[in-house]
Design a binder for this molecule. Structure first.
Ligand SMILES: Cc1cc2nc3c(=O)[nH]c(=O)nc-3n(C[C@H](O)[C@H](O)[C@H](O)COP(=O)(O)O)c2cc1C
Length: 171
């Protein structure tokens, strides 16, 4: 079973998750940033593809790989600003999955919260007025405060368990 981990990460959250995943895959499994993704992925039985959420979908760099990922077995993972049980998280994974060129159902998916770049938070608060869904509010502030510690050790342990489950499923 030959696998590869490809990830897109702007501020390091998704990279951390990718590294937790590759740690439990067979020794020597490649773990590469999206700009180093091999042009030809046919040699891999399963591709673990990671992205960060950008406007309710996979980020643009990850999208270019997702759109050409025609392997039968694909496992998707992501980090995002909101807790993974929220509908927005699920919708984001659905949107990213819809980019797969053969309509594949991923063999597994994993999401966890990832701290949002403080510069981006500041910028959003400047652009959007208080009261706007993206503007400053006590709820938003609290979410960012709570998100600041993610991905944490529990998230990374869950990511590793996800990768093991995928391998077990594929035998
Ligand atoms: C431009 C931009 C857009 C984002 N859009 C979303 C979004 O739609 N939904 C969400 O939950 N998080 C969103 N986030 C938060 C990131 O997905 C989150 O912080 C992620 O963990 C960043 O991963 P990275 O450190 O691997 O780059 C956005 C962040 C940025 C910078």
């Amino acid at each position: 079973m030959k696998s590869i981990v490809i990830y897109s990460s702007r501020t390091g959250n998704t990279k951390q998750v990718a590294e937790a995943i590759v740690e439990v895959l067979p020794e020597g499994t490649a773990c590469v940033p999206v700009n180093e993704a091999p042009a030809d992925l046919t040699a891999y039985d399963v591709v673990f593809m990671g992205f960060w959420a950008d406007q309710g979908n996979a980020d643009k760099a990850a999208q270019t790989v997702l759109k050409r990922l025609d392997n039968e077995q694909v496992a998707l993972f992501a980090t995002l600003g909101v807790p993974p049980m929220l509908p927005h998280a699920k919708d984001t994974m659905v949107a990213a999955t819809a980019l797969l060129p053969k309509g594949q159902t991923p063999v597994g998916t994993f999401m966890c919260q990832g701290k949002v770049d403080p510069k981006v938070i500041e910028m959003m608060y400047k652009i959007f007025p208080e009261g706007h869904p993206h503007g400053r509010s006590s709820e938003r502030d609290e979410r960012h405060r709570q998100g600041a510690s993610h991905p944490d050790a529990t998230d990374l342990a869950k990511a590793a368990a996800f990768a093991k489950e995928v391998l077990a499923k594929l035998g």
